[in-house]
Design a binder for this molecule. Structure first.
Ligand SMILES: Nc1ncnc2c1ncn2[C@@H]1O[C@H](COP(=O)(O)OP(=O)(O)O)[C@@H](O)[C@H]1O
Ligand SMILES: [Mg+2]
Length: 388
């Protein structure tokens, strides 16, 4: 998907409104290199009008050789022949006026067509999105949410989804889905350097819904044999095949989890409304900031967000410094559905929590809310992108 760069967040929002859903905004070109390294399918970089012309031209110059299939479009408040000539020499594909939303949209379209033509329909590498469900605390609902979000994402069209249980010592995705895996990630130990989809395929377990699951090892001591290299190779291989790779994680910053988070496109941070959890979530967010992991790509899911506990969503937003994306109440139906092996989005699609989870899945997929009347329930889609 395209990426927009501009130091002014208001300008980013305006440009996002003119670009396809799923476009990302970043406030500095410094992070462009690492961002693109992880995303071989990024077909367009849009440089907003507040980016200095010299800086914009140097980005064009750099990408001309390092990423010839990625188009660069300059958006300028004023365009004259000097800007046009210099942009052309630097390899910009288009220069458009900031006031002309249609021209920006058309430039994005041309960039996508060019990218497809250059890569060829058969040769295009598939790159799915990696979504991690994380919390520094255990028992907050990570696995419950990971399973339900994976099912909701798979439900939305014929999407291929793989759920990987990276709670390597005490993973319970398989039992939550009433699966009896014959293999787990442990069986890939030793093949870190040769791992390909052919070898991973046989380690997956299929759920009735079509969701594929990479189970965690049976015994906790296997965790130490699963190296960070294996984790990253596994995730990278899976995303070549699946549209969404969902990672359920352990409540720890061990090296396997950090590697997984480093491979993550979008992070769903799960928090509950108690002071110790909020304190740990805050520390975790600060640590992720320090490591420059998933900045600007985080969704905050409040689980067990019940009014009676005395901490409001607004208070949470003030403490954590980020908006609440979705809220799920405590509900016996959620626990009962999990215990029956039929997660709530499957067993009770009309349940308010199922609707909230589908809305969150739609946000993660960069799509519109699938159930527009969901606005009435406890979902909150402040992060949903503006659409044309
Ligand atoms: N919103 C909720 N309402 C009721 N029970 C919940 C809710 N979310 C999670 N649970 C239950 O809480 C327990 C812990 O959830 P789990 O997803 O395993 O947490 P984690 O993976 O963070 O350790 C499970 O028994 C689950 O069914
Ligand atoms: Mg868990």
């Amino acid at each position: 998907m395209p990426v927009v760069i501009d130091p002014n967040s208001g300008v980013i929002n305006t440009l996002l409104g003119a670009l396809p859903p799923g476009t990302h905004g970043v406030e500095s070109s410094d992070r462009l290199g690492p961002w693109l390294d992880n995303r071989p399918d990024e077909y367009l970089v849009v440089l907003g009008p507040t980016v200095e012309l010299e800086e914009a031209l140097s980005v064009c110059d750099g990408l001309r050789f390092s990423r010839p299939t990625t188009s660069v479009v300059l958006v300028r408040d004023v365009v004259d022949t000097d800007v046009l000539t210099r942009a052309m020499h630097s390899g910009a594909r288009d220069v458009v006026l900031s006031a002309d939303e249609n021209a920006i949209d058309a430039a994005a379209d041309r960039a996508r067509q060019l990218w497809q033509a250059l890569r060829g329909p058969g040769g295009a590498a598939h790159t799915g999105k990696v979504i991690s469900i994380f919390s520094p605390k255990g028992g907050v609902g990570k696995t419950t949410m990971a399973v339900n979000l994976a099912l909701a994402l798979g439900d939305r069209g014929a999407r291929q989804v793989c759920l990987v249980d990276l709670d390597l010592a005490f993973g319970d995705v398989a039992i939550t889905m009433q699966l009896f895996p014959s293999h787990s990630i442990e069986h890939a130990v030793g093949s870190e350097d040769t791992l390909d989809y052919g070898s991973i395929d046989g380690l997956l377990t299929r759920h009735d819904s079509g969701l594929m699951v990479m189970a965690a090892p049976n015994l906790p001591d296997a965790r130490d044999r699963i190296s960070p290299t294996l984790v990253s190779r596994m995730v990278r291989t899976l995303k070549e095949k699946y549209d969404y790779v969902i990672l359920d994680t352990a409540p720890a910053f061990d090296e396997q989890t950090l590697t997984a988070l480093d491979e993550t496109d979008d992070l769903v941070m799960v928090a509950t409304l108690d002071v110790p959890t909020l304190k740990n979530v805050k520390v975790a967010l600060e640590t992720l900031d320090m490591l420059d992991i998933t900045r600007d790509h985080r969704f905050l899911l409040l689980n067990r967000a019940d009014d009676a506990v005395g901490i409001s969503a607004e208070k949470v937003e003030a403490i954590l410094g980020m908006p609440v994306t979705a809220r799920i109440s405590t509900s016996i139906d959620i626990a009962a559905a999990t215990n029956a092996g039929r997660p709530i989005v499957m067993s009770a699609p009309d349940h308010p929590s199922s609707k909230t989870l589908r809305t969150l899945a739609a946000s993660l997929a960069g799509e519109e809310n699938p159930d527009p009347d969901d606005e009435a329930d406890d979902s909150n889609s402040r992060r949903r992108r503006k659409r044309r």
